[in-house]
Design a protein around this ligand. Structure first.
Ligand code: IPE
Ligand code: IPE
Ligand code: MG
Length: 246
């Protein structure tokens, strides 16, 4: 059994990692405030953390990483902050495309991309297209994503398919319904991590989180590290998942 041990604080069984980890990347604003910096500096630091954590996830052999980057509710923020987040995303995707052939990380986007700037939409599609054939780690970026929005869109698409005779309204399984979601074909998250001290779901993966294990930490996202990820995995490995059984 391959173990990763950190000063006896925690122990991770690297042979039995969760298949899918999802992260609510929260706390950028508070991180910046604590340092007397503008909130946008927090988002820039958070983007760096994402880079570090995603690379580490790939290196340890995680199969799926899903991150919450921008919610359907985040449009309520001042336009300057939204613009800064969008431009960081653009910068990140440009760099990611450049590194893709080397990293072989498959990237996908969950969310309605249509209200985004055309340039950003093109980058998202390009990233998905280039990495389509990779079969290593898959990173899903939730962008203009909301769990309720996702379920509602799936319901509308299913209803439309029924009207057109492509689906039967009398027969629908949970598995079939899952195929109308952004996460079609991807296993549900085993572990959902939320840094920043908040203990809420904030409209993240509402359908998929049914039996996820939750891990909360007070660490703010820009301070989150490889160690913090391993600590979360160690906590996950100490739990007993019963799925309603005994
Ligand atoms: C998360 O950090 C980033 C986004 C929601 C886009 P926040 O900006 O929410 O940081 P806090 O919660 O204000 O500290
Ligand atoms: C959740 O964080 C969304 C993202 C991290 C992208 P928020 O900061 O928007 O969540 P609330 O407002 O604290 O619930
Ligand atoms: Mg927040």
């Amino acid at each position: 059994m391959a173990l990763f041990q950190k000063k006896a604080d925690y122990q991770v069984d690297m042979d039995h990692l969760p298949q899918h980890i999802a992260i609510i990347m929260d706390g950028n604003g508070r991180w910046a405030k604590k340092r007397g910096l503008p909130r946008t500096a927090g988002h820039a630091a958070g983007a760096e953390t994402f880079r570090t954590v995603a690379t580490f996830a790939k290196d340890i052999g995680l199969q799926y990483l899903t991150v919450y980057a921008f919610s359907t509710e985040n449009w309520k923020r001042p336009p300057e902050e939204v613009a800064a987040i969008m431009s960081l995303l653009e910068k990140y995707l440009h760099e990611a495309i450049g590194r893709m052939a080397r990293d072989k990380v498959k990237m996908a986007f969950f969310g309605d991309l249509s209200p985004l700037a055309p340039k950003l939409q093109t980058l998202c599609h390009e990233t998905e297209e280039i990495s389509k054939g990779y079969d290593g780690c898959q990173v899903n970026i939730c962008l203009n994503y909301g769990g309720r929005d996702e379920v509602m869109r799936a319901a509308m698409a299913y209803a439309q398919a029924c009207v057109e005779g492509r689906a039967d309204p009398n027969h629908l399984t949970q598995e079939q319904f899952g195929n109308w979601l952004y996460s079609a074909g991807i296993p549900d998250p085993d572990l959902i991590i939320r840094p920043s001290g908040e203990q809420r779901i904030s409209n993240f993966l509402l359908w998929q989180c049914a039996y996820a294990e939750f891990y909360y930490t007070d660490v703010l996202w820009p301070d989150f590290s490889k160690d913090e990820l391993l600590k979360a995995i160690a906590s996950y490995q100490n739990r007993s998942r019963r799925y309603g059984g005994i």
